[in-house]
Design a binder for this molecule. Structure first.
Ligand code: S3P
Length: 441
């Protein structure tokens, strides 16, 4: 079976409107919250990808009624703490760190043992970051090396915690928020800034949450054990998936793209701010607020003169999933771009910092790395002529997609392995590329 793709020519100038699949973070959060709400919830435009489908299959294993129709996904929830399952049920989170960490928080007071496992990539990721706070709640967790598989037994006697989340991880924050939701009393969470979809949903569902925002951190207070009602949700397009098409346009000549109905929650739009600083023409139109989230149509045009950027590390959490593609854009910018404190990038589906460094070196871009800081010496004339093979990237979906954009905009003959990796977040990626004229074999 062919598991790689070949790209041997740049994409020709285009002017297109495309649809981007539903947001992964919101799809998973909707499913988890709907499973704990009372009544029937529906999600429209839920992302149809392995990460989300594994979440839905897992919820079914926990006794939740889930049905996928052509136009919507329906979950019939029975309320908080109503998962029904056999002792030692195995939940497979596949490639999804988000689902794994959030379901573990939601199971904080399960009466039976649950085993959570994942694929090779997820089994290499750090779970100490959630084991520590969950232990403080009183959850019993057994694991080898603080990694998956994890055996969890919840407790009926959870105690609320006072915790400082220092990594700026929305997955850790949300795991704690979900455990707090299942705990009597008030949990107080101080956390470094990260995407705030969970807070927005809690507020929309009128759960007892208080949020105090400071410059570098937030304080979140949650009172648990409050039931809430089912809710419908229309999932907007995912800005992280959109970012590959934004980059494709920026790096192509005389091209334009319109991406409709994309989530532009400000905790996710660091890429738009960085690109504006680099002189990319981006316009947001038809902005609306929907159930605590913002969405808009994004218009982007190709850019002749890209200016290097100094990315403050305060921005990192607002563009964490877009860093790979931003690095590629910086490779074509005039001047030296600086990125600092990129440690969290090493904890993704692969060590993305290491992979980015090797990738940029492979295409002849000068870089300097010092611990977790990166300098990219951009070259506006970068034009590739040789053959390149991209492999051994831990099947990281975002590495695969970034490589395709490099191949379609910089030239050369490319073989990119593990095309199935896109199934984690954006199965329609290659079909969408072809729709705008990319020659991908
Ligand atoms: C996510 C949070 C981010 C991000 C991931 C999705 C989420 O991870 O990289 O793709 O939905 O909460 P961290 O919060 O661990 O940085």
């Amino acid at each position: 079976m062919v598991t790689h793709i070949s790209i041997n020519q740049k994409i020709k100038a285009f002017n297109k409107t495309i649809k981007i699949s539903g947001d992964k973070s919101l799809s998973i959060r909707w499913a988890l919250m709907a499973a704990q709400a009372i009544g029937k919830s529906r999600a429209y435009n839920i992302l149809n990808s392995d990460d989300v489908n594994n979440a839905l299959i897992s919820l079914k294993k926990l006794g939740v009624k889930v049905s996928k129709k052509k136009k919507f996904c329906e979950i019939n929830g029975k309320g908080l703490n109503t998962f029904v399952f056999k002792n030692n049920t195995v939940i497979n989170a596949g490639n999804s760190g988000t689902f794994a960490r959030l379901i573990i928080g939601s199971l904080a007071n399960s009466k039976k043992n649950v085993i959570i496992k994942g694929d090779r990539s997820l089994s290499n990721r750090d779970f100490e970051r959630i084991i520590k706070p969950l232990n403080l709640f009183g959850v019993n967790i057994k694991s080898r090396n603080k990694k998956l598989p994890i055996k969890l037994k919840g407790s009926n006697f959870l105690r609320p915690i006072n915790y400082f989340e220092k990594k700026g991880s929305a997955q850790v924050k949300s795991c704690i928020m979900l455990a707090a939701l299942n705990t009597n009393g008030e949990t107080v969470l101080k956390c470094k800034k990260s995407r705030d979809h969970s807070e927005n949903l809690f507020k929309y569902l009128k759960l007892p949450i208080k949020i105090f925002k400071y410059k570098n951190f937030d304080i979140i207070k949650i009172k648990g054990k409050r039931q809430f009602n089912a809710f419908d949700y229309e999932i907007p397009g995912d800005i992280s998936s959109a970012s590959f098409f934004i980059a494709l346009t920026v790096l192509s000549k005389n091209s334009k793209i319109l991406l409709r109905n994309i989530n532009i929650n400000q905790s996710r739009t660091g890429i738009l701010d960085i690109l504006k600083k680099m002189r990319v023409k981006i316009k947001l139109k038809n902005k609306i607020i929907y159930k605590g989230e913002s969405k808009a149509d994004i218009h982007v045009s190709s850019t002749k003169y890209l200016k290097a950027v100094n990315c403050s590390s305060n921005m990192n959490s607002r563009l964490i999933d877009e860093l790979l593609i931003i690095f590629l854009i910086c490779a074509k910018a005039k001047g030296v771009s600086h990125f600092k404190n990129l440690g969290e990038l090493r904890h993704k589906e692969s060590d993305r910092l290491k992979i980015a460094v090797n990738f940029l070196k492979m295409i002849g871009v000068k870089i300097k790395v010092k611990s977790n800081d990166l300098k990219i010496y951009g070259n506006p004339d970068l034009d590739l002529k040789e053959s390149y093979v991209v492999k051994n990237f831990n099947k990281d979906h975002r590495v695969f997609m970034m490589s395709c954009i490099a191949a379609l905009t910089l030239g050369g003959c490319w073989k990119i392995k593990n095309k199935d990796s896109i199934n984690s977040s954006f199965p329609k990626f290659i079909t969408t590329l072809k729709k705008i004229g990319a020659k991908v074999k």
